[in-house]
Design a protein around this ligand. Structure first.
Ligand code: FAD
Length: 560
């Protein structure tokens, strides 16, 4: 927008303040100190604070944390509870059946339950003490390349103070060019910058496409007479109702401090029903008698949503380019069968840090040099763990009974199953058109389960947006780029009845009737956006691109 970009030079810049980047930055500084190497390291985060965009279950497998900070408990790591035991239920419409066996990848005994928001803030304090320059409120907007057009040279942060029309307002501040020898992409699932780099440098060539689940999660304060810690198991996973066996997904309830629980529900975005409303299914799940009894008389104190990359090993892109490495959720570091990615994201950041320090010592930041990270990953426990789930998302996307057969055989053969690798279809391709006669019945917003909301324990979509504390300045260019608004009310409406009004958990997309012309038109509410990125993933016409709004906006999570 302007050529007046201030330039600041660093050795290493981390993009994103999630567990991957924070663990990577800590490891880098620890190792540099040991070797008496002076490094200038920066970390930018688009949220107003570290932790304000962090959302997760979250059961933390402490394996990477123990390697990084062995005395983490003495150092005040904010733990909500230690996992006593796991339970796994199949939910029929009215009943819950406890499975006699909890799958091995869901054994969480002795792990820690944390609020990812609090945990990342604690990690950020440690990183700062080691000398990392942390800049919350700055969104990486554009990747900067060297003259050869393929070596990553840094990142430009977003301009602040542009108006809706793209013109600078009185408080305009141009973005800053953060130049670095190595740029570390830790943007989490569906990273926007990472996506650009991947396609420009062909880093996903020969890999399977990434697939995702969208999770809605909340923290609920339970009533005093409903004491959750009295239960023998404090980690409960559920599948079945309301999605059934043909739509991937399920829910969880984890104990938190002071008689609170973290409750979440994920839907695999390979679903095919154009009428499915993700938020409505979440409420229906909470209304199931088994779940409703656990949370009865409680009050939701925070809610949010985020996607998670679940494609597994075969979707991991090349992990290094000249001047850049890719870590955490944006590089598919996730154990999908176990629904855990924090420890793997942390480990990938730590492995990248080791490769970066090696490159610093050689003063060689080429792709060949940084490829040491890929080699370290391939021989790590992280790879082994992710590898076991290499065909899991593929099996989940199948219908019953094939789904159950594939999952069972994969369980017995540690991931190989009947076909290895199994093909994977991108989520935007899986919606089926409305069937004849169905179209007129489906509401444009709000789902079909009819699950009731009450504004306290069962907030509606807008209530959930309020509980996420998300906010965006109104007078700025819309960060949700709809490439062809006409298509939304023609082909997309006719074929799928505008599914954006149902897959977005934040009521960002509405179809309304223009009073003057009596024609349908798309109405956007970008200030409701929860930064989950479901819209860019699930839109069947790839008509939506999610871009970072100016830094410091979006959700304001503090305990989820
Ligand atoms: C509902 C749900 C439940 C889950 N439960 C668990 C669980 O129980 N246990 C577990 O281990 N894992 C769980 N996960 C997965 C886990 O949350 C992720 O694996 C992990 O957070 C990934 O870490 P990350 O650092 O790569 O990315 P993130 O945690 O997503 O962090 C990325 C950060 O980068 C910032 N960012 C993004 N783009 C930019 C940019 N351009 N400029 C500046 N900043 C940027 C974001 O605001 C964010 O703060 C869950 C996920 C979901 C959605």
């Amino acid at each position: 927008m302007t050529s007046q970009h201030e330039r600041i030079d660093f050795d290493v810049v981390f993009i994103g303040g999630g567990p991957a980047s924070l663990a990577g930055a800590i490891r880098l500084m620890q190792q540099a100190r040991q070797k008496h190497i002076d490094l200038q390291v920066a970390l930018i985060e688009k949220g107003a604070e570290i932790g304000s965009h962090a959302i997760s279950g979250a059961v933390l497998n402490p394996v990477a944390l123990k390697e990084l900070i062995p005395d983490f408990l003495e150092k005040g790591c904010p733990v909500e509870a230690v996992v006593r035991d796991d339970e796994f239920y199949f939910l029929a419409r009215q009943k819950a059946y406890k499975l006699p066996l909890v799958p091995r990848y869901m054994h969480n005994n002795g792990f820690f339950i944390v609020s990812l928001s609090k945990f990342t803030r604690w990690l950020a304090g440690i990183a700062e003490d080691l000398g990392v320059n942390i800049f919350p409120g700055f969104a990486g907007q554009k990747v900067l390349y060297a003259d050869d057009g393929k070596t990553i040279a840094g990142v430009r942060t977003g301009d602040k103070g542009l108006g809706k029309d793209g013109q600078p307002r009185a408080n305009f501040e141009p973005g800053i060019d953060l130049m670095s020898k190595v740029t570390v992409f830790g943007e989490g699932a569906k990273g926007s910058l990472m996506g650009d780099v991947c396609s420009k440098l062909n880093l996903s060539e020969g890999k399977m496409p990434q697939v995702y689940e969208t999770g809605i999660k909340e923290v609920i304060a339970l009533a005093a007479d409903n004491y959750f810690p009295a239960r023998p198991a404090n980690v409960i996973h559920m599948m079945g109702y309301p999605l059934g066996l043909n739509t991937p997904g399920g829910g969880f309830i984890y104990e938190m401090k002071d008689n609170k629980v973290a409750l979440g529900f994920l839907v695999g975005l390979s679903y095919d029903d154009p009428a499915l409303d993700v938020y409505d299914q979440f409420i229906a799940f909470k209304r199931h008698p088994f779940v409703a009894d656990i949370i009865k008389n409680g009050r939701v104190i925070e809610q949010g949503a985020r996607t998670v990359s679940t494609g597994g090993y075969y979707t991991i892109p090349g992990l290094a380019a000249g001047g850049g490495v890719f870590i955490g959720g944006c590089a598919a570091m996730h154990n999908t069968p176990g629904l855990k990615g924090i420890h793997l994201s942390m480990k990938s950041g730590m492995l990248a840090a080791d490769a970066i320090l090696n490159a610093v010592e050689k003063n060689d930041f080429s792709q060949d040099s940084l490829w040491a990270y890929q080699d370290l990953f391939e021989t790590s426990w992280a790879k082994e763990e992710i590898y076991e789930g290499r065909n899991f998302a593929q099996a989940l996307a199948k219908k019953a009974p094939a789904k159950l057969i594939h999952l069972g055989l994969q369980y017995l053969t540690r991931g190989r199953g009947l076909q290895d690798p199994m093909p994977l279809e991108e989520d935007f391709k899986t919606l089926r058109p409305f069937k004849t006669g169905e179209a007129g019945k489906t509401p444009l917003a709000g789902g079909k389960s009819g699950a009731a909301v009450d504004g306290v324990l069962y907030p509606d979509k807008l209530g959930g947006v309020y509980l996420s504390r998300t906010m965006h300045r109104e007078d700025q260019p819309c960060h949700l780029v709809v490439h062809d608004a006409d298509l939304c009310v023609t082909r997309c409406y006719e074929t799928y009845r505008s599914p954006c009004t149902r897959f977005c958990p934040g009521s960002v997309y509405e179809i309304e009737i223009d009073e003057a012309t009596s024609k349908r038109r798309l109405k956007l509410n970008p200030s409701n956006c929860l930064h989950c990125k479901t819209c860019e993933i699930k839109d069947p016409f790839r008509n939506i691109t999610w871009t970072c709004p100016e830094g410091g906006e979006g959700p304001g999570y503090s305990v989820v």
